[in-house]
Design a protein around this ligand. Structure first.
Ligand code: ZN
Length: 544
């Protein structure tokens, strides 16, 4: 059945006839291998992770793609620091003779950005609303108030609106992400930033915050002299209520105030003190990089990047007696696609004009660290990078009718992306949960953050010949039962047709981008269009 489809595609789309060897079966085999128990869930800093990277490098070599990493190898070394705040961490708020002590995990979580075993925090608290300065929406929570040396107290998310012309309506913009809040705090010279958690503003409960922040997380090593916060963290709504009560304020009152354009920062007159002891260890890990040179003597200095993270959660807390987090869908499928794309690209008799880079990044699950490191140490300069097309967790559940391209519309590639979808008989579906900010949650975002056009080619949501709602059903089932669980395991009856379609789509799109005269760019006015280059390093862990 699958073969028959292959012939159909070749007949209908001559562009694929020439290079139409993208094979669901090869992608399946890579996925199967990478998700074997033998690979132990390919955790960062674990043996299984080392095997996975060796596998990727070996397959790139067999495919005829050249090494693009350090010293003529397929590897780019990524020095990370694993940081775990220890349970004796302290945080308190005081005014006059009154003070409140907060309890680790029960009331607060957080980490020092200083990457030292002991950090002290001390500063006056100032409430800054959502902590956003967004000139394009004429929004400024700081109003020129100097917060140097202060501890920012704020909410995550952004001013609420259904107006699509205001903070993109229901969609979460980068301004709404908590990572942005900490970046803004660093830019403004604050010493700390404390987010008051509420379930509506965060979009998830306290357990999610506690579970993601209460354990070791990897960070890219601080550069000498790089500014950093002594504390970035969260308090529960109840703890926030106690903190604000010292200043005679309430959470609801300040939430309401922070919805207004004429909001002014509120000095709370409260002294915040803390101690952030941490266990710190070096994590040596690596990105895997292979390339196929372009055919145009001038344009071959420029590159189309395909990326997919190789890491998953490794060996962890057992669930039903199973401690191996295999990561078959997340991201065995993406790695399988990457290897197959490299093979097909290297096999092209006539190479596209620009070069292609196949990049399998590390530590995505720990907060996009491998791609963050890559964006700060790119193998091709940002100005020479045409685009990053990323793959993360594709669904092998049949034949796709659509593809989700979150963020493609931000770039000048958008019309071409639509045309190619039409040619390949795929609908482009919009993100069903724009308020979750998916665009900021996989590796393409590290490229975007550094100014390089980038988006992910995502999983299908509609499958051919299946009952209505099937796509939604498999998504819900995967998300609730298998996502980041030991049960994200390879299934022999998976149908990789949709995964092959997503690979073909990226292959054709990447080839057209590699051959066109002009480099892609952000659309004018896009949030990432204006990000200064100094923004390439950011802090924080991602909540998934
Ligand atoms: Zn993933």
């Amino acid at each position: 059945m699958f073969k028959a489809f292959g012939i159909l595609v070749i007949a209908a789309f001559p562009v694929l006839a020439q290079d139409g060897s993208i094979s669901a079966e090869r992608i399946r085999e890579h996925t199967r291998f990478l998700s074997l128990d033998l690979l132990e869930g390919h955790g960062v800093g674990q043996r299984g992770g080392e095997i996975a990277t060796e596998y990727m490098a070996t397959q790139f070599a067999l495919a005829g793609a050249q090494p693009a990493g350090d010293n003529g190898s397929y590897f780019q070394k990524v020095p990370l620091v694993g940081i775990e705040t220890t349970p004796d961490a302290q945080l308190s708020a005081a005014v006059g003779g009154k003070s409140v002590d907060f309890r680790w995990l029960e009331d607060f979580v957080g980490v020092s950005q200083r990457q030292t075993p002991q950090t002290r925090l001390e500063g006056e608290a100032i409430f800054v609303g959502h902590g956003i300065t967004a000139p394009e929406w004429k929004w400024d929570d700081f109003k020129g108030v100097d917060v140097k040396g202060k501890v920012l107290v704020l909410f995550t998310n952004e001013p609420a609106s259904n107006d699509p012309a205001f903070f993109e309506g229901r969609a979460l913009t980068y301004y709404g992400r908590w990572v942005y809040k900490y970046e803004e705090a660093v830019r403004r010279g604050a010493v700390g930033a404390i987010l008051i958690h509420t379930t509506p503003t965060a979009g998830y409960g306290w357990e999610v915050v506690r579970n993601s922040w209460g354990r070791e997380a990897p960070f890219v090593k601080l550069a000498p002299g790089q500014p950093s916060l002594a504390f970035q963290g969260w308090v529960t709504r109840e703890a926030g209520e106690k903190l604000l009560a010292l200043a005679g304020k309430t959470v609801d009152e300040l939430l309401a105030a922070s919805e207004k354009r004429d909001f002014q920062p509120v000095p709370l007159g409260v002294l915040i003190r803390g101690r952030m002891p941490a266990k710190i260890r070096e994590l040596d890990t690596r990105n895997v990089a292979a390339m196929v040179p372009g055919s145009d003597p001038k344009l071959k200095d420029e590159v189309v990047v395909f990326s997919a993270h190789w890491d998953h959660l490794g060996i962890g807390t057992p669930v039903n007696g199973d401690a191996i987090y295999n990561g078959a869908i997340d991201n065995g499928t993406g790695c399988g696609i990457l290897l197959e794309l490299a093979r097909a690209w290297a096999a092209l008799p006539q190479k596209p004009r620009r070069s292609a880079l196949f990049l399998s990044v590390t530590a995505e699950e720990g907060g996009l660290r491998g791609s963050e490191y890559y964006a700060a140490h790119p193998l091709y300069a940002p100005g020479k990078t045409a685009i990053d097309l990323n793959y993360d967790a594709l669904y092998p559940f049949g034949r796709a009718q659509d593809v989700v391209l979150t963020g493609a519309e931000r770039t000048t590639v958008w019309p071409m992306a639509q045309q190619i979808a039409k040619r390949l008989n795929l609908e482009i579906s919009s993100d069903a949960q724009p308020e979750q900010g998916h665009y900021f949650r996989s590796d393409h975002f590290s490229f975007a953050h550094a100014g390089m056009p980038a988006f992910s080619i995502g999983h299908a949501t509609e499958f051919l010949g299946k009952p209505a709602g099937y796509g939604q059903k498999v998504w819900e089932e995967y998300n609730s039962k298998h996502y980041h669980q030991p049960s994200d395991e390879f299934q022999a009856d998976w149908d990789f047709t949709a995964v092959e379609q997503a690979a073909e789509y990226g292959f054709v799109l990447g080839m057209e981008i590699a051959n066109q005269d002009k480099l892609p760019d952000w659309r004018p006015g896009d949030q990432f269009h204006r990000l200064p280059a100094s923004n390439t390093i950011y802090h924080g862990q991602m909540v998934w």
